[in-house]
Design a binder for this molecule. Sequence first.
Ligand code: ADP
Ligand code: MG
Length: 685
Amino acid sequence: MNSNSPITSLKGIGEKTGTLFHRIGVDTVGELLSYYPRTYDIYEKPVTFANLEMEKPQAVTGFLRKAPDTRKIRNLSVTTCVLEEFGAYLHLTWFNMPFLKNTLTPGSTYIFRGRVQKKKGRMVMEHPEIYTPQAYEELLNTMQPIYGLTAGLSNKTVTKAVRQALDSLELNPEYLPNEIRTRQELAEYNFALRAIHFPVKKSDLILARKRLVFDEFFLFLLALRQLKEQAQVQKNECVMERVGETMKLLASLPYELTGAQKKVWEEIQSDLSGPKVMNRLIQGDVGSGKTVVAVLALLSAVANGYQGALMAPTEVLAKQHMASVEELLRGAHLQEEIVLLTGSMTAKEKRQAYEKIESGEAKIVIGTHALIQNQVKFHRLGLVITDEQHRFGVRQRETFTEKGSHPHVLVMSATPIPRTLAIIIYGDLDISVIDELPANRLPIKNCVVDESYRPTAYRFLEKEIAAGRQIYIICPMVEENPELEIENVVDYTRKLRETLSSSITIEYLHGKMKASEKNEIMERFVQGVIHILVSTTVIEVGVNVPNATVMMVENAERFGLAQLHQLRGRVGRGSHQSYCIFVSASDSKDTKKRLEILNQSNDGFYIASQDLKLRGPGDLFGLRQSGLLEFRIGDVFTDAKILQTASEEAGKLLKKDPRLECKEHDALNKKLVQYRESGLVKMSL
Ligand code: ADP
Ligand code: MG
């Protein structure tokens, strides 16, 4: 067995479990080992009832006076019992475990461990784990890995598989140069790999994590620098002069570009006509108006006799871009052949698109990942644009670029990161910032409320709809899960239809729907036929319906702040006053504090930095919470320091040995090749 062996070569993992692993992106033993725990469970000393904190896994010692009760509710069996301690009560509940009635013996003491919630004024622990005091004693102070899972795959299965893989694989050769390891005090690789899965103590985990985060950034940066080197020597083979068409488009806009948009458009034009090929990132907060700048660039390519292509991470977004490009060109009385290419198109439609793209009849091509498939061949591609670039990997950007002969590259992102970090992470790109919102925008009004506020909120929604506006409501889940009291789009929509006036059209949208259904719903929402769209976070990126003025997020406590900010960016895009209602089902203090940050500010950068402050760097259990750039383990915010040192070390190393040809860098070079082939940043949609 080696790290390329299929996951099914592990004992106890057959075809069926293999497919489950495939769903979490693990096909080989090596991938399993880099499937790091999401967090860890620490078995701490039991606490007294009076010291219980909400929403945090804790253990209590409980003396069972009588046997638990089992009842049937709908088709669910619910087992409950009540513990008492100095006059304080704790209710325990289990679902579909009727046998507990017989296994838990009255008159005995057990340790129960789980999360405590307040429900109807009671303290409730749902699905607590059960231990005898002796069994718990053995677990005390150990850290158990918790992995990201999928339905049917248990944490136990993953844990066992990882343990087996660690025990049966040969040790990896150390590939980091010794000098760097010593200078940065980095743990040995095999130690780090074992300790990240099964830390014996917290200090081991900290060491392991530091090493693996460093590696991840280091490899990423090395790969990036190599890209940049290639790009820098590349002279401009697609010279695009300034043309009358873009002036015409500008003159036809119903608004004037903001100063920031003008500045960025100027930078782009000077790249396009300059001596070197363009490699530029446009960074601008949600709603800052990146699309129109992209369209200007596309038009410039076309007017100069080239094709221009725009890639978006979701089909909904690609279609929306198609519509806005058409509208903008129509407004300027310009006619160019625009072709859409997405995965859900029929084979025939795709074939027609391929032909138009290859013959050059298609001037502007807009699509999803479908654009970077092998079958797509361009006639004379001069410009590629990637929207919401953090949703794509560097590898995909590369593939996109390879569709032409050194086309200009523009990538757009709303990720609010400080410039110093941006320079490192987007090392291969020049950076333009749109740091100004269009002037007609009214700041979004925010409120953070609890569930009791819903009736008031609904009355408000009805008023907005009566005034002609539209509304988004976000729920975290697609369908009901009886064990979790979390809102789901399907039931929520049903309930809402019953509650609100029947003249209001309410539909739902989620990622598990067919692309064609999603498109249809989105189209009707864009046309204003649907008044309320109940959705999961599939609409998180890029969606632009300026008439929508309310964003209501249910279970807001379950989302990261960066994500909530993106969601909020769906409203406040037109001239109407917009509102954001964050409904929190948790009364934990930390949650309130976190959500309060959103309440204070509409500025993505401020929010990200406050979020970081609140969590503090080195927050082991907040791994990757920023939700920005899908690194496996590193987080560009919390690990900014490591990112900085990895960047310095990468720079030093490449200065000494630019192609990593020295014998002592063999192992590193091999690792880097592997890394580049694996695709850096996971595609998330
Ligand atoms: P994002 O930067 O999030 O991609 P969009 O490009 O989708 O933002 O723009 C959001 C909205 O702002 C669109 O409806 C667009 O027409 C409008 N818009 C863009 N630039 C301006 C401007 N200078 N003045 C007024 N509205 C603008
Ligand atoms: Mg956008």
